[in-house]
Write a protein that binds this ligand. Sequence first.
Ligand code: CFM
Length: 476
Amino acid sequence: MPVVQLKCNLCIPERNKHTIVVDEDKSTLPKCNAPTVPGDLTERGCAYAGARGVVGGPVVDVIQMVHAPVGCAYYTWGSRRHLGDGYNWAMPGVLENEANHRRHCYCTDMQEKDVVFGGMDKLKKALLDAFEINKGAKGAFIYTTCTTALIGDDVGLVAKEVSKEVGKPVFACSAPGFCGVSQSKGHHEFNFQFYKWLMKLREEHPEVCLKEEDKTPYDINLIGEYNIDWDLLPVKPLFEKIGIRVLTAFTGNAYLDDLLRLPDAKLNVVHCQRSATYIAELIKQGFDVPYSRVSFFGIQQTAKALRETAAFFGDEAMMKKAEEVIQEELDAVTPALDWYRERLKGKKLAIYVGGPRVWHWIKAMEDLGMEVVACLTTFGHTDDYQKIVERVKPGTLVIDNPNEFEIEEMIEKTQPDLFLTGLKEKYLVRKFGVATLNSHSYECGPYSGFRGLVNFARDIYQAVAAPVWKIAQEEF
Ligand code: CFM
């Protein structure tokens, strides 16, 4: 029977459908993308977190305005490392903009009086103030949250007024917490609303589009790549070396001007396929720009991504160059990876992140010779679980939207040597004597591409080989 009865779920039988053991014919998937059962203390984030924290947040040169009581904005400040510049790919003199992005968090700080009488004036003033303080800002993104969506503030109207006044684009994203079952809905809302807004802007201001004479036949965007701990660094140059130009990422270290040119590429290469396939699909429908699905984690997958992208352009010289680049990278990383492989081989591992990274990493961990014994996601959809189940061995435990009790039981049942997980769970799991690794923002990344895998392997090795686990297992 593929569905598993965990002891902790005897009192919440609704959870049973979310917990499965992969069977031989791999026919069963856990129930997913469903509302959290009352009584179950979910670890999910809200839709606003998905819109602000994940998809919109990394854009470097816009004011990110949270229209909300201040608590909703708190966790957006300094919470994710290195999503954007410093480095200068697209625009000189970015430091002024970096201040917008990482050092400041903008919020309307809605109070009771504003909730009663409406917060639109306050929002307008906050935006004008923010533009006044940050003269280098190229535009603004506004996010509603539960409070401001419920009172019905017309943020779209404020966006238009402010945009007219300051002469810069202002995008309003409405993804309040209650609009979906998890942060995944916020990704979705951001994608659709941003695309709609972008289309209108490009119609009204065709000068923002990439001019014909500035296009090349080899322009791509990296969609759903958020530059976590500088993940773009080991990846973007691979494409450049084979003659491909990356116009922008959506949205890691992205600049607004470049984002406005998203539809001007020849191909969209989609990395996080949960949070951003939506916009790639919309661009395909609207502009006939195809998209491909890739992974930049691990050797097998990065090589495949590069090969397939070169093959898309059908250019013999590019395909040959891709092979050369892959070989160069392998030569550079193999000695280090061999060292780690020897020490990590056969170690058991459980993976728990938001969604797609679980299946991306099953393959990457194969490159290190490790064995995956449990896979958990916070908000994976059916297609994520299909890929997870396809990639793991029968007998692997799979849990959708786990709570802490289920995580405890998973650890007891599967006895992993390492748990790739987030900050919320790490202390709990370490108390069981199991090493953890910050899998959302990383320990010391980047982890993507060929070179990133060496960092990943190093951090894994440091985690599992730390002498503390031996001491922790001694009886006191
Ligand atoms: Fe995509 Fe992401 Fe993920 Fe995600 Fe996330 Fe993330 Fe993630 Mo944390 S966009 S779905 S909402 S790959 S923040 S960079 S690590 S849970 S699996």
